[in-house]
Ligand binder design. Sequence first.
Ligand SMILES: NC(=O)c1ccc[n+]([C@@H]2O[C@H](COP(=O)([O-])OP(=O)(O)OC[C@H]3O[C@@H](n4cnc5c(N)ncnc54)[C@H](OP(=O)(O)O)[C@@H]3O)[C@@H](O)[C@H]2O)c1
Length: 277
Amino acid sequence: MIAVTGATGNVGRALVERLVAADRPVRALTRDPQRAALPEPAEVVRLRPDDPAAMFEGATQLFLYVQAGGERTAALLRAARDAGVRHVVLLSSAIIREGADETHPIYVMHATVERQIRESGLDWTFLRPGAFATNALQWAPQIRAGNTVRGVFADALSAPIHEDDIAAVAERTLVDGGHEGAVHRLTGPEATTNADQVAAIGHALGRSLTYAEVPPEEAGPELFPHVPPHALAGLLKTYASTVGVPPEITDTVEKITGTQARTFARWAEDHASAFRA
Ligand SMILES: NC(=O)c1ccc[n+]([C@@H]2O[C@H](COP(=O)([O-])OP(=O)(O)OC[C@H]3O[C@@H](n4cnc5c(N)ncnc54)[C@H](OP(=O)(O)O)[C@@H]3O)[C@@H](O)[C@H]2O)c1
């Protein structure tokens, strides 16, 4: 049995769908099972970081999303181990790297959980993806309303990764074995700018969209609904450092899954409905 936290999220949902399709027993953990709308026969169970023991009964592996345990992650990992879980696959972040700013809130968040896992006595695999293609969903309200997208740093470069490519790697690391102690850095296959991404979404919709650059000092949380407010300043600094700078690109998705990572244009086609009014 594989327990999946963050199971209604971008990566967790794609992973649950994959495991169900592959006939793997899966338990999806969510704060609200009534609203989860996950495919059968996944077991859908309430996430209880304050009372984790029952969540892991019968599970041997865990896919962990960093916020799932909050401050109780160490206790959650202990409960998982005591219940018989042996291997945890963590959805971490590419921000964890040599020379990183170790005070960056997003670094601290992920590094803390990586350390707790190393200390937990469980086998582990860390997935460290770079920017998610799903970050483009931040533009959906503007694109549903018109043809201009306001955002920061039109020329910021990233190699956005499709959430289902992360899920595909997670599936292989959970199912195949042999990834214990491995750190996998995951990216999309090519660099794109913010302006390119908006154009690609326009292409998928059959519309011509324009990116209107907003100075970072004028960018408030309304432009970043997916970013915890306390992390916004740090993230704007990170984005500023990516203008015109080629991003890290790895071939890890292809190496592990046998299939090339999907492009942002492909992601935009897969998610066009999210941008339609
Ligand atoms: N966005 C990026 O570019 C990027 C890059 C690298 C790493 N990451 C990391 O990837 C993770 C995000 O993955 P994702 O996009 O798949 O997640 P997501 O879609 O944002 O959320 C995953 C699920 O977690 C649950 N959740 C949300 N907030 C929670 C909280 N405070 N406590 C407990 N559960 C909570 C929700 O499920 P329920 O409501 O069903 O409980 C949600 O559906 C984060 O740790 C992020 O730092 C992101």
